[in-house]
Design a protein around this ligand. Structure first.
Ligand SMILES: CC(=O)SCCNC(=O)CCNC(=O)[C@H](O)C(C)(C)COP(=O)(O)OP(=O)(O)OC[C@H]1O[C@@H](n2cnc3c(N)ncnc32)[C@H](O)[C@@H]1OP(=O)(O)O
Ligand SMILES: CC(C)C(=O)C(=O)O
Length: 512
């Protein structure tokens, strides 16, 4: 059985998804989870892109052990210097440098001849090699590049010291057969190819990123670049969970496996979705909420008689589990903690007490507490940044003949209690305007999304909002059985993130 290396680019290409912006703490949390998932490589960011990205790559390089840590750099000395400054703290650093090789990119974007591009690629690899042994070189838009130029360039960068050559389908144009053929062609026409790892990086513009990556594996690719939940630029990247589970479920066909710890897949997907604010579509393969659900009677009958009649994978393999202990309003802290541990969460002290209190409140309102309810509560708890404002109470009156009115009471810095009210707008709008009136922040609601996390009339609702403050987007998440409360919590969560990133705002409030 061969081994396919999993190169995770959730924190670099994944973060290039429009509207996604992760802060250092969030990136670190995802990176730690990726290490638990046992990916081979974490692409932690693009250090030259911003001071924040640089700091996140450096923090991950310092803290996260296990996987190789890499960061992206254009084929320039400045980018490579900056990447190395961040990566040098890792015990397994890799510099990932790239340049585009298709005629269209070389002519219009780079304004360079093929000879100049080849020279820049070789110089970049040689320069990066001065810092570290492990160098990945990517030929951006490789699929639309002239095959023979590509082979000539790969031969040259391998001679210059590249250890991994990456073949991207940058714009998601390839079909599986064609992409497989390209990998075979490169294997057969790059004389020194056996000295390096062959990697692929596919985009999903035509919905074929996973199929193309697997076709590449069939033709000799040894590393697949992917992102959790398939997030990334435009229609996204190859979905990590889909490639990994295809290899696992169809070992008989591929004869290749990854080293991924499968039972961490579901949890990683939830974490990424919650921190990026990008919901997973219900019918998404592997991690969508319908992926293991059966609605049709004939299917339900089949599954009850024998699970494998309609399930090709066991949900428990990816970390989705059945309730063994039924948790409800009569459950105690031990059973609660035990169940959380089984689900892979370690909550102690104050965090445990607060979550337990919320669990009891929920159990009073909801008959059956499912694992998904628990996950929602815990995620709400562990992803909270320091709360400058704490929501104490909200009251909204609404009806088809009255103006909605909201009253909101908050506590500032564990101390001052402020209350305000507002009338006019929709029932959610009035809450948000009331909160704005209290905080005095001039921010814009860019998007609002609501979803039921669990099923039934008493389902937990999850609200995700994106607030724009100055030029930055802040994602807030709130969970409650009451969607009005979930909406208020999500907004407050985003406001607290704004204050956390702009500490001077809160200091001036404290002084006042
Ligand atoms: C396919 C991919 O996913 S590649 C990664 C894409 N990711 C990103 O772009 C996210 C991060 N990017 C950024 O923050 C910014 O674009 C930066 C900091 C990298 C550069 O910003 P700016 O200096 O303002 O340049 P801008 O982005 O407008 O243009 C890119 C420049 O890099 C050049 N360039 C692009 N790719 C490369 C490369 N691989 N090697 C060398 N130069 C390159 C372009 O030709 C252009 O040069 P020009 O200014 O001489 O015309
Ligand atoms: C830089 C490379 C790997 C890339 O992201 C792409 O080509 O899509």
């Amino acid at each position: 059985m061969g081994k396919v290396k999993i190169f995770d680019t959730t924190l670099r290409d994944g973060e290039q998804s429009p509207g996604v912006s992760l802060n250092i703490e969030e990136k670190l949390e995802i990176a730690h989870q990726l290490a638990k998932l046992n990916v081979d490589v974490i692409e932690a960011g693009f250090p030259i892109a911003s001071d924040g990205d640089f700091a996140a790559v450096r923090a991950i390089a310092k803290e996260v052990e296990g996987p190789v840590i890499t960061g992206l750099a254009r084929a320039t000395k400045r980018d490579i210097d900056r990447a190395w400054e961040a990566l040098k703290f890792s015990d397994k650093p890799r510099i990932h440098t790239f340049i585009a090789t298709s005629d269209i990119h070389m002519e219009y974007k780079l304004k360079k001849t093929p000879e100049e591009v080849l020279e820049s690629a070789v110089e970049a690899v040689e320069y990066a090699k001065g810092y570290v042994k492990d160098i990945e070189f990517s030929a951006e838009d490789a699929f639309r590049s002239d095959k023979d130029f590509l082979c000539k360039l790969f031969t040259a960068v391998i001679e210059a010291g590249a250890t991994v050559i990456n073949i991207p389908d940058t714009v998601g144009y390839a079909t599986p057969q064609e992409f497989g053929k390209l990998i075979k062609y490169i294997r057969e026409n790059v004389s020194n190819i056996n000295e390096v790892t062959i990697s692929v990086h596919c985009h999903n513009d035509l919905g074929m990123a996973v199929a193309n990556s697997l076709a590449a594996v069939e033709n000799g690719a040894e590393q697949v670049e992917c992102a959790v939940n398939g997030i990334g630029e435009r229609a996204g990247n190859t979905a990590l969970e889909e490639v990994v589970m295809a290899l696992n479920t169809r070992q008989d066909y591929y004869d290749e496996l990854s080293d991924i710890t499968l039972k961490e897949i579901y949890k990683t997907s939830k974490l990424v979705s919650s921190l990026t604010g990008m919901s997973v579509q219900p019918n998404k393969a592997i991690v969508g909420k319908n992926a293991f659900a059966h609605e049709a009677g004939i299917h339900q009958d089949g599954v009850i008689k024998e699970r494998t009649t309609y399930e090709i994978m066991d949900a428990q393999i990816i970390g989705l589990s059945e309730n063994k202990i039924v948790l409800g309003k009569h459950s105690g802290r031990h059973a609660f903690k035990e169940r959380l541990t089984e689900l892979g969460y370690k909550l102690e002290g104050e965090n445990l007490n607060r979550t337990f209190k919320r669990f009891k409140e929920l159990a009073d309102k909801k008959k059956k507490i499912t694992d998904r309810d628990l996950e929602a509560l815990v995620e709400d708890e562990i992803h909270t940044i320091p709360q400058a404002y704490e929501l104490i109470a909200i009251q909204v009156t609404n009806g088809n003949q009255v103006f909605p009115t909201a009253t909101v009471r908050v506590k500032l810095n564990d101390d001052v209690i402020t209350e305000s009210a507002y009338c006019e707008g929709g029932p959610i709008d009035v809450i948000y305007r009331t909160i704005d009136r209290i905080t005095g922040l001039d921010c814009n609601l860019e998007s609002y999304a609501i979803d039921a996390i669990t099923s039934g009339k008493d389902a937990l609702g999850e609200v995700i909002v994106k607030l724009k403050y100055k030029d930055d987007l802040f994602i807030g998440r709130g969970v409650s059985i009451d969607v009005i409360e979930a909406s208020a919590k999500a907004y407050m969560n985003a406001v607290n993130k704004i204050l956390y990133e702009n500490k001077e705002l809160i200091e001036s409030k404290g002084d006042a």
